[in-house]
Ligand binder design. Structure first.
Ligand SMILES: Cc1cc2nc3c(=O)[nH]c(=O)nc-3n(C[C@H](O)[C@H](O)[C@H](O)COP(=O)(O)O)c2cc1C
Length: 177
């Protein structure tokens, strides 16, 4: 069974990042993949702040990542980058945790001003874990309909881009199987 791990770096509840990632989870589910979804909000603050890389939860997510065929990682833009709490989690992963895995980066900001945060912040982080970053998707928060989680992307062109990025991500996984 092919497995995708989805990581959400938003500390907000509710969160547009979560709405988007859960929608994308349904798209990959329709292609026959099983998924494990982790939100940063589910991890213990003590584990993150005290760098407990050997805690049960951190070991469990690291093991899931090791077995996964691909990773989807999403974060809101905070101060022109991914969130600090996402970095606090990723700091606890073993070296090369994303090795040889396609990784689909997704970011959502309050405007297009920090569109390049995907390229200058999130992709380098993926690369340092030896993952293979896909082109990725950037959303402006008003493009995500919080009231409509089953179909949150209003704009047709953005929806097409999302579907085609998911397709490319799946093809990248299948090439490696
Ligand atoms: C602390 C904080 C910092 C933010 N910094 C930025 C920023 O630098 N650039 C930007 O485009 N949006 C910024 N935003 C807006 C969020 O990225 C945006 O509202 C996003 O949709 C929030 O996603 P969420 O609902 O998953 O938390 C910031 C929001 C917060 C709360």
């Amino acid at each position: 069974m092919s497995e995708i791990v989805i990581l959400s770096g938003s500390p907000a509840i509710p969160s547009r990042t979560d709405i988007l990632l859960k929608y994308i989870e349904t798209l990959v589910g329709k292609e026959g993949f099983t998924t494990d979804y982790y939100s940063i909000t589910e991890f213990s603050a003590t584990d993150l702040f005290q760098g407990r890389y050997d805690s049960e939860d951190i070991l469990m997510v690291s093991e899931k990542i090791k077995r996964a065929n691909g990773i989807i990682i999403g974060s809101p833009v905070y101060k022109a980058s991914y969130t600090g709490v996402l970095k606090a989690l990723i700091d606890l992963f073993p070296e090369g945790a994303f090795k040889d895995k396609p990784v689909l980066p997704i970011m959502i900001g309050g405007s297009n001003r920090h569109l390049l945060a995907i390229d200058y912040a999130l992709k380098p982080l993926i690369s340092i874990l030896k993952g293979e970053p896909m082109q990725g998707l950037y959303f402006v928060d008003k493009e995500v309909d919080k009231q409509n989680p089953l179909s949150p992307i209003r704009d047709g062109e953005l929806l097409n881009r999302t579907q085609s990025q998911v397709k490319e991500f799946i093809e990248a996984i299948q090439k490696r199987m």
